[in-house]
Ligand binder design. Structure first.
Ligand SMILES: *Cc1c(COP(=O)(O)O)cnc(C)c1O
Length: 223
């Protein structure tokens, strides 16, 4: 199946999942995760109408999206991978949405770059719902207070929360937890669900699903 046909199939499944969950049509944004794929592979997906993309590395995104944006106005690029504070400058310059704010140091670096560049990417806080040592994200018990600190200490508006459930767990528990934390934090966005589980995420209130391999095909190595 071509990536354009795969995209159409995913959009159909999102529409069905929205309907089944009793949610309004169009309430879920599809982020096409293009990490590891080159501009040649991304172009057909843009030609098929997709405008929202996700990348997990600042440098990789910077090598591809200035070219693609020059060809097609209106592309929206989301950072879904971990952010180091020394990359805050590039990240603020490049991305429309950053999903991986997870500590005060990053929040402070983003706030200062946003003021300096007068650019305001939309922001999500990543929550480590599985409390995995190797995974980025703030601990669930600290998430609500951290969102509040982003507002009050750093002056940042937070649009939502994001999570990546542990690979071997039932994702429903993690999606339900993220939904509950977002409600308690008073933020509307829930960035959750990938190729294998986006319909489950939509049932639990996902507003943004991040789908890569189901559109672009398998990646050479897990990136
Ligand atoms: C790679 C990645 C995705 C997409 O994963 P697929 O299983 O290919 O859909 C989603 N979210 C994050 C944070 C990723 O790194």
């Amino acid at each position: 199946m071509s990536s354009a046909a795969a995209l159409a199939a995913i959009k159909d499944r999102i529409a069905t999942a929205e309907r089944d969950a009793g949610r309004p049509a169009g309430s879920v944004t599809l982020i096409a995760v293009s990490k590891t794929f080159g501009v040649e592979e991304i172009r057909p997906v843009i030609a098929a109408g997709q405008r929202v993309f996700g990348e997990n590395r600042v440098q990789e995104a910077d090598a591809k999206f200035p070219i693609l944006r020059a060809e097609t106005p209106g592309l929206e690029v989301h950072l879904i991978g971990p952010l180091q504070s020394n990359k805050a400058r590039e990240a603020v310059a490049l991305f429309d949405v950053i999903h991986t704010v997870d500590r005060d140091k990053i929040a402070a670096a983003l706030a200062s770059e946003m003021a300096r560049q007068d650019r305001r990417p939309r922001l999500f806080v990543q929550v480590n719902t599985g409390e995995e040592a190797q995974k980025a994200g703030i601990a669930p018990a600290e998430a609500v207070a951290f969102v509040e600190r982003c507002r009050t200490v750093h002056g940042l508006a937070i649009e939502g929360l994001m999570c990546i459930p542990p690979v071997d767990d039932n994702p429903s528990l993690h999606f339900a937890l993220l939904d509950e934390l977002a409600a308690r934090a008073g933020v509307p966005g829930r960035s959750m669900g990938m190729s294998a589980d986006f319909e489950t995420a939509i049932r639990h209130g996902a507003t943004h699903v991040r789908v890569g391999s189901a559109i672009f095909g398998g990646r050479p190595s897990q990136a």
